[in-house]
Design a protein around this ligand. Sequence first.
Ligand SMILES: [Zn+2]
Length: 323
Amino acid sequence: MLHALSVSKKPGNTFVLSNPNDILKALVGLKDVRILHLERNGPHVELVVEREIGVAACASCGQRARVKDRSRVSYVDLPVYGSPMSLTWRKHRLRCVNGACPQTTWIFEDHRIAAKGCLLPTRAAKWATVQVGQGRTVLEVARELACDWHTVNDAVATYGAALLAADRKRLNQTTAIGLDETNFVKHGAHTHSSYATTVADVQNHQIIDILPTRQFVDVAKWIDEQPVAWKERIHYGALDMSLTYASVYTVMLPGAAQVVDPFHVVALANRCLDAVRRRVQVEQLGHRGRRDDPLYRIRRVLLMGEDKFDERGSQRLQPLGAR
Ligand SMILES: [Zn+2]
């Protein structure tokens, strides 16, 4: 999905520049963006740009707009030759000349330079998203850009969400999906853990989405929002033994056969057997299992697979069979 960010290379698109101003402009590479100056302060480099706005008109009444001011907005840019760089955008605030117009002033935005509310300029935000998408941590990327963790995380969340929304291909032509819960964040001793639901394409071994919840309503809503044709194609729904996910399939994808991984079946059987062993232990001896209690001693043998059984294991289970 992150391939969408790679720049397409046109063959024969080569050029030579000798004018320093042109070189700088080419490095920024955005049409209608003027470079005002480049400043070096110790190891830190600051590039100051503004948008060429030409003749601007008011979006509300169509009359001419005048420049009110150009406030400086600073962004953490990509490092240049190993030095941290900031990009300062002199953002135009425009004013409508029509005194009767409800639109008094507004900021001239350009998402190619930086998206509204994002503290990284677009090129740095896209770069950071690719880095995190390829497996680097937000902290690593933040260190490389010499900025705060939240700055990178917010940018990655914004651009990542846009990429996910644009990428319908990952929904694929699958006929089998899987729902699985993951304990995503383990909070402190006094707060609850956070669970996420992974929706996977089990046919093509690909994650489709991760939902920050394991509640029936939220997971069912996610399925409900998918295209009808996609829902009709799903013939199999894989799940752990969770009753919630089983209900989601039953209600939202009634035509899909529910499939449970043998691992989950064995794990549940083991949990039940263990609970029975503990109950019988207390019923018979009046206390929890101790080192020399027969049931306690065979607690592991009881959970062993038949294929892993040796002569000794079978002997240890004999008294149980005789009972
Ligand atoms: Zn106006």
